[in-house]
Design a protein around this ligand. Structure first.
Ligand code: PLP
Length: 488
């Protein structure tokens, strides 16, 4: 496809205005004026609309294709939340609306909404207090670990390490390191869970926290989670829950009841906000009572007269971590989604997400080697390995490229890092049986093709806009800046 700059013809315009009937008076200092025209493409409005409409159709998205991208929870995002987020009363709300006393401010309704969302998330996760400020899951992790660091500092605890299982998401060790801790990775056993022997050996009184997600990135719920939490607390450490996998347990159990002290939730995963391509998202952080004073400002507080206000005077707070109040319209979508589904609906989400994943695992495990010993069931996602297929020269990446040709977004590949040729599959609760069956059919076809015609995979996808990229060149010689010379 041509770039928009390549479609440009000098003199074309996307608008026309009648000549000005008032004097055009521009009196800017010369050094602020452009010497040359801005290098923008010249096109008609229709050309611009067609260009971007065509571009949008080159995409794989949840609205167009099955998207079993493990760990990312690419569920369908219902459109009623979009309609609410587009309401002028919300969309046009200015973050600097004055905060007058006695609830006389112009955003009381929005503050109530945010307060109720904090309460709902506290109930869902078993926590005592929430901040809605963090702008992504990884940002929530950083906020949560900074809260943990502030707590230890306040209590005079000298801590150096954070323990993380080797199946953890890359953001976990990155977060720990940015927050000033050293990371100790704990290996996983054949059951996919952190090895308890190594964990006990590494758990000393200089451990600040243990960062876990349960179910973990292999889709396994750790049956010894209470024991791990008890041991950690006895050693003076705190339990951090990476809530990216909440879609497996919502309504069934709560991180707070499992012994966790701090949790982040990815609203853009579990609570149905469109995501992909980098955002925007929201990663609210919940904490147990003792940690609440350290949460970032501002805090939403109820005043004596019953109205709500933003509070900044929190002496133990870690301070500002985001401008204003977080990604308000994402928070609004999550609030609407929670109210619409209610506790029964949210529980059904997890049940169906787990059911869909188990259906796929049961049908595919004789064709692809399971990533760990799923002795009975998996949770909302599972990992297969393309080890067997690789013997014929068909890698996880080749299978992913073949899936694009068949109209399926590839699963997450090569993660978690501990599984060779990993394909991490998360179907979510929103797919029909027909879609799941189509995916199974294609995956079985591919298992046979890998034996009979492995060469087929190496040229896929054939019918897409781009075929195989030279991945090394695409990364090393990336050119996002240069603008092609204007056509004569
Ligand atoms: C997505 C994810 C994260 C990071 O969340 P972002 O919102 O992408 O920053 C952390 N941990 C796990 C397990 C995840 O799946």
């Amino acid at each position: 496809m041509e770039l928009i700059f390549e479609k440009s013809k000098p003199g074309r315009k996307g608008y026309s205005l009648p000549p000005s009937d008032v004097p055009v008076h521009v009196d800017l200092p010369a050094d602020l004026c452009r010497k040359k025209e801005a290098p923008l493409p010249s096109l008609t409005e229709q050309q611009v609309v067609r260009h971007f409409t065509l571009l949008s159709r080159q995409n794989f998205g949840v609205d167009s294709h099955f998207y079993p991208l493990g760990s990312c929870t690419m569920k369908y995002n219902p459109k009623f939340t979009e309609a609410l987020a587009a309401m002028p009363a919300f969309k046009s709300l200015h973050p600097l609306l004055p905060q007058l006393p006695h609830g006389n401010n112009l955003c009381q309704g929005s503050l109530i909404l945010l307060h109720e969302l904090e309460q709902a998330l506290s109930r869902i996760s078993g926590m005592d207090a929430f901040t809605l400020q963090p702008l992504a899951g990884a940002h929530g992790e950083l906020t949560g670990v900074m809260v943990i660091a502030a707590y230890h500092k306040k209590h005079g605890n000298h801590k150096k390490y954070i323990l993380i299982p080797d199946s953890g998401h890359g953001t976990n060790p990155a977060t720990a390191a940015i927050a000033g801790y050293q990371v100790k990775a704990i290996p996983s056993g054949p059951d996919g869970c952190m090895d308890l022997g190594t964990f006990k050996k590494e758990l000393r009184d200089d451990v600040a926290a243990v960062m876990l997600t349960s179910p973990n990135t292999l889709g396994v719920f750790n049956p010894r989670i209470h024991e791990i939490a008890d041991l950690t607390h006895k050693a003076g450490g705190l339990m951090y829950y990476d809530g990216a996998n909440l879609n497996a347990i919502m309504g069934k159990t709560r991180p707070g009841d499992l012994g966790f002290d701090v949790v982040h939730l990815n609203l853009h995963k579990t609570f149905a906000t469109p995501h992909g391509g980098g955002g925007p998202g929201a990663g609210p952080v919940g904490v147990k009572k003792d940690l609440a004073p350290f949460l970032p400002v501002s805090r939403i507080v109820q005043q004596e007269d019953g109205t709500y206000a933003l509070h900044y005077d929190e002496p133990d707070s870690i301070g500002y971590i985001a401008p204003f109040y977080g990604n308000f319209l994402i928070l609004l979508r999550a609030y609407a989604y929670i109210l619409r589904l209610g506790s029964e609906g949210l529980t059904a989400v997890s049940e169906n997400a787990v059911l869909s994943a188990n259906y796929l695992l049961a049908r595919l495990k004789e064709y692809y080697e399971p990533g760990c010993d799923y002795s009975s069931y998996c949770m909302h996602e599972f990992v297969l390995s393309a080890k067997k297929q690789k013997e014929n020269g068909v890698t996880a990446l080749d299978l992913a490229k073949g899936l694009i040709e068949r109209g399926v977004h590839p699963p997450t590949v090569y993660f978690p890092l501990i599984i060779k040729e990993a394909l991490m599959i998360e179907p979510t609760e929103t797919e029909t049986l027909e879609t799941l069956d189509y995916f199974i059919e294609v995956m079985i076809e591919f298992a046979q093709k890998a034996e009979e015609d492995p060469g087929w995979f190496h040229t896929q996808p054939e019918s897409g806009t781009v075929s195989r990229l030279d991945e090394v060149r695409a990364a090393r010689d990336m050119d996002l800046c240069s603008i092609p010379a204007e056509k004569e």
